[in-house]
Design a protein around this ligand. Structure first.
Ligand SMILES: C[S@@+](CC[C@H](N)C(=O)[O-])C[C@H]1O[C@@H](n2cnc3c(N)ncnc32)[C@H](O)[C@@H]1O
Length: 276
């Protein structure tokens, strides 16, 4: 059976699944640790000094709104997402928060942008690259549209490390593999980035590692798991019944206080050299 990562094909998903995606992104965007990871790389990028920022794979606009909320930020952010549904929702959520003047959103493909060379002070790719069939194409586009000397921030899960425990470790390992295969296209992409940055002729500036582990009860992982239950069968890799069995088994562990869920996350900050 052909399988795919639902986040990679949001331009073709039905509205029910897009609402599942949107709810998950918004829930994740409210989590303090997720915000800490985002703001730490925005600080390193000195995002507050940017007048124009591009948010690639913006989804519902979590990163764009986080940038707009920073007291030192006085610029504008353009969010681009392959899903017109998510870009429209991002615009609505930005307006509800009073950011309609500083944030705008439109549909577009990060692998081939209809944007002029050297037109942004900074670019962020916040949990986009793990979903792309060709992450280098998006990095090359980011490198093209950022101004010489401008910063690019890339953040994503190292989903090859995503794991949930199961009373039978062998079954747990199989379940992890099913989950990762059905929700991510590039589970090892954050290990490839040093190579890809070089290929995109970007200068490595910094990187920060994180481990998002919850023990006993699930909190951050709860909305993620709820969305996985719906998105896994949509990927074609697993039946609805099996997805429910896997995810409800994990929730049952959380009820019993024996939950273990974890993934590594990394941010990378890179710079377009002045001379290119
Ligand atoms: C995991 S979500 C991240 C959304 C948002 N950055 C956040 O962190 O909340 C990945 C996003 O990338 C978008 N996406 C997938 N492929 C894309 C592409 N080729 N170009 C632009 N956006 C894409 C999806 O529609 C989805 O909104």
């Amino acid at each position: 059976m052909a399988t795919f990562d639902a986040y990679a094909i949001t331009d073709t998903l039905n509205d029910n699944l897009l609402n599942v995606v949107a709810n998950r992104l918004e829930a994740r965007g409210k989590h303090p640790f997720f915000n800490q990871m985002l703001n730490e790389y925005l600080d390193i990028m000195d995002i507050d000094s940017a007048q124009s920022v591009l948010d690639l794979g913006c989804g519902t606009g979590v990163a764009a709104r986080a940038i707009a909320r920073r007291s030192g930020f006085k610029g504008k952010v353009l969010g681009i997402d392959i899903s017109a549904f998510l870009a429209k929702l991002a615009a609505q959520l930005a307006k509800e928060e009073g950011y309609e003047d500083s944030l705008s959103f439109k549909a577009g493909d990060s692998r081939s942008l209809e944007l002029a060379d050297s037109s942004f002070d900074a670019v962020v790719l916040h949990t986009l690259v793990s979903h792309l069939d060709n992450p280098l194409a998006a990095l090359l586009e980011a490198a093209r549209v950022v101004k010489p000397g401008g910063m690019i921030g890339i953040f994503d899960g190292d989903y090859a490390s995503l794991t949930f425990s199961h009373e039978d470790p062998t079954q747990g390992q199989q379940n992890d593999q099913i989950i990762v295969e059905s929700v991510v296209t590039q589970p090892r992409i954050m290990r490839q980035l040093p190579r890809l940055l070089k290929q995109a002729k970007l200068e490595f500036v910094a990187s920060k590692p994180y481990v998002l582990t919850e023990v006993g009860k699930s909190d951050f992982w709860t909305p993620a798991l709820n969305s996985f239950e719906k998105l896994m069968p949509a990927s074609g890799s697993v039946s609805e019944a099996r997805a429910t069995e896997i995810i409800q088994g994990i929730f049952a562990d959380s009820e019993k206080g024996v939950f273990f869920g974890s993934s590594n996350y990394y941010s990378y900050i890179a710079k377009r050299p002045i001379s290119t």
